[in-house]
Design a protein around this ligand. Structure first.
Ligand SMILES: Cc1cc2nc3c(=O)[nH]c(=O)nc-3n(C[C@H](O)[C@H](O)[C@H](O)COP(=O)(O)OP(=O)(O)OC[C@H]3O[C@@H](n4cnc5c(N)ncnc54)[C@H](O)[C@@H]3O)c2cc1C
Length: 603
């Protein structure tokens, strides 16, 4: 009788029919526990299903393209001697059999207020790695992105001797160099072009824009340079030593850094790992080809392609689509899921969608790109599903389907750390890993991959390293798409509230009734606040319209302060501003709104 055991899909979160995009093993292959067997791809994430035990694959019962859910059998495998143990028993779909956590996507989903940090495993004993008697620093920070530099500066402010290592010459990480800041600079340029076009029909004509890509790129770089240069000054003022070069762990207490002056070993009392993330591409997509871009390439503004395909309908892809559309590209967006910006409520995304429906050539939902074939003149793209043609050709393709943590570039195997299946480092709410003096923050500990989350985590890590009783206990983390119009959300969405059986009520205010919005020539905006019915406290919000990203901050504060609909409605908002829509959405829920007529609800 075969001793083979069934290998099933473990708990993969809220996914119930996820497509297999890769089968990594075949009959006869020897596998180690936790090695990847198949890769799944949902609209939100790429996940690997790991082997639950050491053993040999007898047969694989699924193929690429199949859809699977938790508990489905994917293979039969014979456990190696003594390897089956508890895991083998759990292999029958047990949630503990090495659950495949979602891999990283591009910051689409805001973390729910109460979402716990991933559980840290019990503290490891690094018996063979004694703490150095007089380490080079109290705190070593690896990575100088928003998480890393905030951690380093806070640690220094708390009196800790701090060294920060950054592999690139420029400080600021993805956010300042190839993320938040350059993209927002270009989005502002796009807005200027769009505003000028709007006024051409309304009394002021500037003529067709003449775009000098080199000048625009150099202006964008100057914005970046001001900020990254500012960080150099801030590090100096605080006596934070900055070492440039990639850091590799040697053990739990040392890294070596390959600097321009040779290898340098640095020992530390505490280390804060803040090495961030990088873009991923589906298998077979050649990101090295000049016509196939990731977000970093797209921000270089090498040319304005005539026809551009954006693969991925998340925030980053849609922001870059806004930029290139304004510069003159004909845009097609393709998205695997049935909607754009999956983290936000559909009614908040709808006004944005209506506008881009008019601007873009095509938006293909429920559609998969099955092949990208770049050549010297363009890129041939094959589509599957939705309303897309079987094949089309574009001048350039931007691939924006998610990001993965940089944990594979740090030689973490030399430490006592263990990674989650998605490659992230588990950290608790004090940002500690399973090793007490090793902290991890920012993108490399998981979603949401946002700069403002990284900054707050960095400060907590530094404070805990300094002996303070700090913890990351933010109720909510806002998400913003800086598209035109902006789409912003915070806390619980209406969809989430429904799924979780929360009893909520909604107050909504259309910007068509807001004087300031109309004076900007815009009337599509909506401000929606979500309140817990019994306490009347605000628990979430979704806002769409110009500057929605700035407005959402007020609701974030209201949620943190436990404000209810009356607190917000009775707060005097300046007139005429779009911020009034927040007050009026609260008044709509409280039944005190006079700027619109809303028939009385029975409360
Ligand atoms: C196009 C784009 C737009 C974005 N827009 C926004 C936005 O508007 N708002 C927002 O909140 N977020 C945005 N993000 C996400 C944001 O950039 C990240 O969430 C944020 O940068 C994460 O900060 P971090 O400190 O964790 O890591 P990072 O910013 O990735 O910094 C990590 C640093 O570590 C360094 N490093 C890596 N490995 C090593 C090593 N071995 N040794 C030494 N150094 C190392 C890297 O070089 C890097 O400088 C955007 C991202 C992109 C790509």
């Amino acid at each position: 009788m075969s001793q083979a055991k069934e290998v099933r899909v473990p708990d993969i979160g809220d996914f119930d029919a996820v497509e297999i995009i890769e089968v990594l093993v075949g009959p006869g292959d020897t596998v180690e526990a936790e090695s990847s067997l198949i890769t799944l791809e949902s609209d939100k994430a790429t996940m690997e299903v790991p082997a639950p035990f050491d053993g040999q694959i007898e047969s694989v019962t699924v193929s690429v393209g199949d859809k699977v859910a938790e508990g489905d059998v994917i293979a039969m495998a014979v456990p190696a001697d003594g390897a089956a143990g508890a895991e083998a028993d759990d292999a029958g779909g047990g949630a503990d059999s090495g659950a495949a956590a979602p891999a990283e996507t591009a910051s689409e989903t805001p973390a729910a207020a109460s979402e716990p940090a991933p559980a840290a495993a019990p503290a490891a004993t690094a018996a063979n790695q004694a703490a150095p008697d007089s380490p080079d620093c109290d705190v070593l920070v690896v990575g100088a992105g928003p998480g890393g530099y905030s951690a380093a500066f806070r640690a220094a402010d708390l009196g800790l001797n701090t060294i920060m290592v950054e592999r690139y010459p420029s400080l600021g990480g993805v956010c300042l160099n190839v993320g938040c800041i350059p993209s927002k600079a270009l989005l502002h340029a796009a807005k200027v072009i769009d505003d000028a076009a709007f006024f051409a029909d309304n009394g002021i004509e500037f003529g067709e824009p003449k775009i000098d890509l080199k000048k625009l790129e150099s202006w964008k770089s100057s914005v970046v340079g001001k900020l990254t240069g500012g960080l150099v000054g801030l590090a100096k003022q605080r006596n934070v030593e900055t070492v440039h070069g990639p850091a590799q762990f040697v053990d739990d207490y040392h890294v070596k850094v390959d600097t321009a002056d040779g290898e340098r070993s640095i020992s530390y009392r505490n280390v804060i790992i803040a090495a961030g993330s990088r873009p991923i591409a589906p298998p077979g997509f050649d990101l090295d080809h000049p016509r196939v871009m990731d977000s970093t390439d797209a921000l270089k503004l090498e040319e304005v392609p005539k026809r551009m395909l954006v693969v991925g309908g998340g925030i980053i892809g849609l922001e870059m689509a806004s930029v290139y559309h304004a510069l003159g590209s004909e845009i097609t967006v393709v998205e695997l899921a049935d909607r754009l910006m999956a983290g936000a409520d559909p009614d908040i995304v709808k006004p944005f969608r209506k506008i881009i429906d008019k601007r873009y050539a095509n938006i293909f939902l429920n559609t998969k790109v099955t092949a990208l074939r770049p050549d010297d003149d363009g890129v041939s793209v094959e589509f599957e599903g939705g309303k897309a043609p079987a094949e089309d050709r574009f001048d350039r393709v931007l691939v924006s389907v998610g990001r993965r943590p940089n944990t594979d570039r740090l030689n973490l195997e030399a430490t006592s750390l263990e990674l989650m299946d998605n490659g992230c480092i588990p950290a608790d709410d004090q940002m500690r890993t399973r090793v007490d003096h090793i902290f991890a923050i920012g993108d490399l500990i998981g979603q949401p991959m946002l700069a403002h989350k990284a900054v707050h985590e960095g400060k907590v890590a530094a404070e805990v390293a300094a002996g303070e009783k700090s913890a990351f206990d933010a109720r909510v983390i806002p998400s913003v798409a800086y598209t035109d119009p902006e789409v912003a959300w915070v806390g619980v969405t209406q969809e989430q509230a429904k799924a979780e059986g929360m009893d909520v009520e909604v107050g909504s205010f259309p910007w068509a009734a807001n004087g300031r919005s109309l004076s900007l020539g815009r009337d599509e905006g909506i401000t929606k606040l979500i309140f817990e019915r019994d306490t009347e406290r605000v628990v979430g919000a979704g806002i769409v319209g110009p500057n929605a990203g700035d407005l959402i901050a007020e609701v974030g504060l209201a949620i943190e302060m436990g404000a209810d609909m009356h607190d917000i409605g009775l707060t005097i908002h300046p007139h005429p501003t779009i911020s009034e829509t927040v007050g009026m959405a609260a008044e709509a829920a409280a039944g005190t709104l006079t700027d619109l007529y809303i028939p009385k609800k029975k409360r």
